[in-house]
Design a protein around this ligand. Structure first.
Ligand SMILES: *Cc1c(COP(=O)(O)O)cnc(C)c1O
Length: 458
C-alpha cells in the first residue's frame, strides 16, 4: 500500500473527526456565507505527482475551492428550484459513501430492497397508486428522459415496432405535444433520437403557462389517430402553473397518447391540503417525473421516475447481454440508463424515516407560505410588479418601470451576498424568480430579501 494511503488508513478515525468538524463549521457559517458569488476563474493547478494525503487535500480544498462556493444549501438561495439537505438526509448521504454499495443487482446485498422501500414511501407521499413502480435516477432530467424513453417504446408497441431493437428511426416522425415543457424535455428528445423538433408547442390558456386543453385536443385530432406523447407540466419553473391533468386524461378516451407528467417539484403540492388539487389525476399518468434534490431536500443527485409500464421500461433499459449480472428482472441495472451507480435512495430513505409525511408536509407548507409573503411584500413596493399570482412556491416579478434592467438587478443581488434569485423571461418580459424549496428558510429570511429588494430599487 502506498505510504500516504497507509497513513490515512491508520488515521481514519481522526480524519473523519476532522472532516466532521470542518463540516460543522461550514454548516454553522451557512447563514453568513455570501449566498452567491460572481465566479472568479482560477488557473488550473497541475496533477500532483506526490499527493498530500487526505488532510492535505482537505486543506487545499478549504483554501482553493470552498471559499468560492455558494451558500446554495442555505435559506436565502432562491435561485432555480434548489433545496438544501436536511440533517437526516445529510447523514444518509455520508453513510452512502461509507458503505459504497452498488445497487445494480440484488445478488449480493439487500441494497435494491432499500431502494424499493424508499420508492414505495415516495409513491405514498405523492398519492400515486401501487400500479406505479419507480426507480431512482440522478435528477429530473434523467427522470424525464426515462419516462419519454418508455413512452417511445409504447409508441412502438402500438404500431408493432420493437423500438429497443430497431431504433427510434423505425418509428418515423413522432409528435410530442406540450404547453410549457421544461428545457430538459428537449434535451431528452435529442438524446432519445426523437429529435428536438418532435416537440410541438400547444397554445396556453390566456395569461397562463398551463396548456389549453381545447387546443391540445385540436392538436391530437390533427394527428388523425396516430399515437403521440403528451408531456403535461405540473409546476412550471416561472410561475408554477399546472396543466389541468383531469382534462388531459379525459382526452385519452378519444386519442391514443402516452401521458408523461413532469412534476419535478410540483408533485409536492400533494402535501399541502390547499394545493393538492393541482396534482389531482397524477396517478393516472403513464410516467411521472419527481425531483428529490429539490423539495425533498436531499443532497444532489436524486430523483425518482414512476411508470405503470415496467415491462416496457425493462425492454428499453435491459442490460441483457451480461450473463454475470443474472437474468433480466426488476433489479435497477435493467431499469435505468446507468449500470453501476450510487445507492441514491439512502438519503431519501433517511429523510422519510426521520421526518415522515408530516415533517415534509411542514417544509412544503412553510415554503408556500413564505413565497406568498414575499409576493405580498413585493406587491407593496412601487418599484416592482408581480408577473403572476404566487400559485405555489415561486414569486415571478420584475421592475415596474424598467423590466429590461432585471438582469442588472440579479447581479446587484448577487453582489450583496444576501440572497440569490435567478433571471428569466416571462411572456417576453425580462423578470426575476424567487423559488422557495429550502427546509431552513424562515420569515426573517423573507423580510431580509424584501428589505434588500427595497434598497436596490427604492
Ligand atoms: C428542475 C427541473 C427539471 C430538471 O431537473 P434536474 O434535477 O436539474 O435534472 C425538469 N423539470 C422541471 C419542472 C424542473 O423544475
Amino acid at each position: 500500500m502506498h505510504p500516504l494511503l497507509g497513513d490515512d488508513l491508520a488515521r481514519l478515525p481522526e480524519l473523519l473527526d476532522e472532516t466532521r468538524a470542518y463540516a460543522v463549521r461550514l454548516l454553522a457559517g451557512m447563514d453568513d456565507r455570501p449566498v452567491a458569488r460572481t465566479p472568479v476563474r482560477r488557473p488550473p493547478s497541475p496533477l500532483p505527482l506526490v499527493g498530500s494525503g487526505a488532510k492535505g487535500a482537505m486543506e487545499a480544498f478549504a483554501e482553493r475551492w470552498e471559499p468560492g462556493f455558494a451558500a446554495s444549501a442555505g435559506p436565502r438561495y432562491l435561485g432555480f428550484v434548489t433545496g438544501g439537505a436536511t440533517p437526516a438526509s445529510l447523514a444518509g448521504d455520508w453513510l452512502t459513501g461509507v458503505l459504497d454499495q452498488n445497487p445494480t443487482s440484488g445478488i449480493d446485498s439487500t441494497a435494491p430492497d432499500l431502494e424499493r422501500e424508499a420508492v414505495a414511501w415516495l409513491r405514498e407521499l405523492f398519492g400515486l397508486p401501487p400500479e406505479h413502480e419507480g426507480t431512482f435516477v440522478s435528477g429530473a432530467t434523467m427522470s424525464n428522459a426515462a419516462g419519454l424513453a418508455i413512452g417511445r417504446e409504447w409508441l412502438g408497441e402500438r404500431r408493432g415496432i420493437p423500438v429497443a431493437e430497431q431504433g427510434a428511426a423505425a418509428l418515423g416522425p413522432v409528435a410530442v405535444l406540450s404547453g410549457s415543457p421544461h428545457s430538459s424535455v428537449g434535451k431528452a428528445l435529442s438524446v432519445l433520437g426523437l429529435g428536438r423538433s418532435a416537440m410541438r408547442r400547444v397554445d396556453l390558456l390566456p395569461g397562463r403557462e398551463a396548456v389549453d386543453p381545447a387546443r391540445l385536443a385540436a392538436a391530437l385530432e390533427e394527428l388523425g389517430g396516430r399515437p403521440a406523447i403528451v408531456v403535461a407540466n405540473a409546476g412550471t419553473v416561472n410561475t408554477v402553473d399546472f396543466d389541468d391533468l383531469r382534462a388531459i386524461i379525459a382526452l385519452r378516451e378519444r386519442y391514443p397518447f402516452w401521458l408523461h407528467v413532469d412534476a419535478a417539484f410540483g408533485a409536492f403540492a400533494a402535501l399541502s391540503p390547499g394545493h393538492a388539487h393541482l396534482v389531482d389525476g397524477l396517478g393516472e399518468a403513464d410516467s411521472v417525473c419527481v425531483d428529490l434534490h429539490k423539495w425533498l431536500n436531499v443532497p444532489y443527485s436524486s430523483a425518482v421516475q414512476f411508470t405503470r409500464r415496467r415491462d416496457l421500461q425493462a425492454r428499453v433499459f435491459a442490460n441483457s447481454a451480461a450473463a454475470y449480472l443474472g437474468p433480466v428482472g426488476d433489479d435497477p441495472v435493467h431499469l435505468t440508463p446507468e449500470n453501476s451507480r450510487r445507492l441514491h435512495a439512502v438519503p431519501a430513505w433517511f429523510a422519510l424515516a426521520a421526518y415522515g409525511r408530516e415533517g415534509h408536509a411542514e417544509i412544503v407548507r412553510r415554503d408556500v407560505a413564505l413565497a406568498g409573503l414575499l409576493g405580498e411584500r413585493i406587491a407593496a413596493l412601487p418599484a416592482y410588479r408581480l408577473l403572476a399570482p404566487v400559485r405555489l412556491n415561486v414569486v415571478c416579478f420584475t421592475l415596474a418601470d424598467a423590466p429590461e434592467r432585471a438582469g442588472e438587478l440579479v447581479n446587484a443581488i448577487i453582489e450583496s451576498g444576501e440572497a440569490f434569485l435567478t433571471p428569466t423571461v416571462h411572456d417576453g418580459v425580462p423578470a426575476l424568480r424567487a423559488a422557495f424549496s429550502n427546509w431552513r428558510t424562515t420569515e426573517a429570511d423573507v423580510e431580509r430579501v424584501a428589505d434588500l429588494l427595497k434598497r436596490l430599487a427604492p
